[in-house]
Design a protein around this ligand. Structure first.
Ligand code: AMP
Ligand code: ZN
Length: 459
């Protein structure tokens, strides 16, 4: 096995060599839970789900620790809770539950560990104390700030120099900062705002320190892979590097940095602030989760992916093709234990999901042509194991063709109309029977009359 990953830190594709093959660690920045996730937020979840599956195949389930946090204290959460008239706990519990439901519907497996920021406040206070002791941080007006000038390598991960950073809109200018690029580790909370006691007064952590502390608690000072969307490279990941390396020693922290590109809408990044987003919830009402997932995997993770309804439709058509091939293989038993080398090789090449899908389509085409029983059984195994690796083809073909999305006519209603049509035919009321067929067709349901009765599928 030779997994290669593009490492943002070195700006090149590198062979992945874990520090310890019996203990492979990956940390991915998870959601800030204050609202429903949009489909852009699902991109890292799906991509790192594929990477986690790949690592588990390569190193064994028990030897991979995939950690994805939940940010449950942050100013956006405080604002949203105030706006909704809801407690922070109620809001974060509700939105974290919704996040889990939505990501499961997209076929993402849960991570091994899912720490929450509020469970790690003590560790954050401790790390901030160490940074102050080592002269990498200072207290000012109830805030504790990281002193970027104390770290010669600051800016290395993102490749930014100090002027770029200050010019970038994302550093907050404040009078109590020694340098405009200094960032907050701890900030004061007024009595009406959530806070914890600390040596610097009652307050709450900054976002960046949360991930440095949770990754350390779960994976140690140094671990293999750190992931997230590319918008996190600066300032979030740059600041995580600064905090962790200054607290633990240069060269510690993540060895491989993996970042996904943006999911866009007509060229613009999908984001809450631009208002151009579609929630995963809304999209699941329009299309099956597997189709959304396949559409997500149709582009290489580092490339931008423009999200369109045509793309989702195409993904659904591709899945119909794959499920049709599987349906034709229903008479043979498959061995699904090993993933086809062609599919695995594509994924090992920096998670090349479009290439992996091309290989899966090729397997389906070969299966459609094959006549030999052994050959068909082998190809069925490859199709199912390749599909499972990608998190698709998990349903029985008959279920796939009958499954709709939330807005579609229900199976119960379809069966009632079919029964009514049989009755109408028996009474020679052909006008009514045709009417039922046509009305179902308009709703995407095709009836097939055969000797054994009427079957149906969604198209
Ligand atoms: P946020 O809740 O904004 O911190 O985002 C959670 C995760 O989703 C982070 O890893 C972001 O990088 C990622 N993300 C947010 N928007 C997009 C997008 N439009 N395309 C790809 N990834 C995104
Ligand atoms: Zn993070």
């Amino acid at each position: 096995m030779t997994l290669h990953l593009y490492n943002t830190a070195s700006r090149q594709k590198e062979k992945f060599v874990p520090r310890d093959p019996k203990n492979v660690g990956m940390y991915v920045c998870g959601p800030t839970v204050y609202d429903f996730a949009h489909i852009g937020n699902a991109r890292p979840v799906i991509i790192f789900d594929i990477l986690a599956r790949l690592l588990r195949i390569e190193y064994g389930d028990a030897n991979v620790n995939y950690v994805r946090n939940i940010t449950d204290v942050e100013d956006k959460i405080i604002d949203a809770a105030q706006k909704n008239g809801e407690s922070i706990e109620a809001l974060t519990t509700r939105t974290a539950d919704a996040f889990h439901t939505d990501m499961a519907a997209l076929g993402a497996l849960p991570p091994n560990r899912e720490p929450r920021a509020t469970e790690h406040i003590e560790g954050m206070v401790e790390m901030i104390g160490i940074l102050i002791d080592k002269d990498h941080a200072y207290e000012a007006e109830g805030h504790v700030l990281f002193d970027v000038q104390s770290m010669p390598n600051y800016g290395k991960l993102s490749g930014r120099n100090r002027d770029d950073m200050i010019a970038g809109a994302r550093v907050e200018i404040a009078p109590y900062k020694k340098d405009p690029a200094d960032f907050v580790l701890w900030k004061p909370s007024t009595p009406d705002i959530v806070g914890w006691d600390s040596p610097w007064g009652r307050g709450r952590p900054g976002w960046h320190i949360e991930c440095s502390v949770m990754s350390k608690a779960e994976l140690g000072d140094t671990f293999d892979i750190h992931g997230g969307g590319r918008d996190l490279i600066f300032p979030h990941h740059e600041n995580e590097v600064a905090q962790s390396c200054c607290a633990h020693g240069e060269g510690t922290f993540a060895q491989y940095w993996v970042h996904n590109g943006f999911l866009t809408v007509e060229g613009d990044k999908m984001s809450k602030s631009l208002g151009n987003f579609r929630t995963v919830r809304e999209l699941l009402a329009e299309a099956p989760g597997e189709a959304l997932r396949l559409n997500m995997l149709s582009a290489h993770y580092r490339q931008p992916l423009d999200w369109t309804s045509d793309g989702v439709k195409q993904a659904k058509t591709n899945l119909d093709r794959l499920y049709t091939a599987l349906q034709h293989l229903s008479d043979v038993e498959a061995d699904e234990s090993t993933v086809a080398t062609s599919v695995l090789a594509a994924l090992e090449d920096d998670i090349n999901t479009p290439q992996a899908l091309t290989e899966i389509y090729a397997i389906a085409s070969a299966a459609n042509k094959a006549t030999d029983a052994d050959e068909r059984a082998r190809l069925k195994g490859e199709l199912l194991s390749g599909g499972a690796m990608m998190g698709i083809l998990l349903q029985e073909p008959a279920d796939w063709f009958q499954s709709g999305s939330d807005g579609d006519i229900s199976e119960e209603d379809i069966n009632m109309l079919i029964a009514e049509r049989i009755q109408a035919k028996a009474e020679k009321n052909y006008a009514r029977s045709d009417e039922i067929r046509d009305s179902l067709k308009e709703q995407g349901i095709v009836l097939e009359d055969a000797a054994g009765g009427t079957t149906w599928k969604r198209v």
